[in-house]
Ligand binder design. Sequence first.
Ligand SMILES: Cc1cc2nc3c(=O)[nH]c(=O)nc-3n(C[C@H](O)[C@H](O)[C@H](O)COP(=O)(O)O)c2cc1C
Length: 187
Amino acid sequence: MKILLIDGTIIGSKTGAILEQVKVYIEQLNGELKLEILKLSDFEHQFVDGRPLEKYNDDMRLLVRKFEEAEGYVLATPIFQGSIPGVLKNTFDLLHPRTMRYKPVSIVANGGTHQHHLVVENQLKPILDYFRCLVTPNYVYTTTHHFGEGNVIVDQDVHDRLRELARVFVQYAEMGKNLSKETIDKH
Ligand SMILES: Cc1cc2nc3c(=O)[nH]c(=O)nc-3n(C[C@H](O)[C@H](O)[C@H](O)COP(=O)(O)O)c2cc1C
């Protein structure tokens, strides 16, 4: 089962560091999941403007393929201007609405301030609900003070929450295995 761990930004490195840690925790629980970290910063992005898919560059088409082939996702986003990065929203806009249907998704987010943790609830989750994802009930929000030298996560509580996120994600992945293939709803 292919799981994409998406670093949803082209600026900064803390979300990437969180994903590396989540990857370790998922691997400890289930060695059979094929985990791949996908960094939006590795892609040459184009604005989604309604053109047919074949008119986008190779990177944009690769993004679509990666999302379609994956059977689950861990999404990492920083908070920018009280919201998610434009490049992440642009990536969502690129996808067919059924791409992530009934597939498990866990969210990790990092902001400069605690005050913006509800961006996950108010802005990211509604998008994933539109896609009808199986969003795990727990997500992990970090801020700068949870990190030490070299972006190592130094906060024990964050580690505990990431381990718990991984535990729930692995079970959602099991649940989503057949559910995503069995859809009869074409709308
Ligand atoms: C353009 C921009 C806007 C930001 N807006 C917010 C914000 O509204 N709320 C917030 O908590 N952090 C905000 N931040 C901080 C980031 O969420 C995050 O903490 C920081 O980019 C981490 O960067 P690093 O991975 O390079 O350490 C913003 C950062 C940037 C670059």
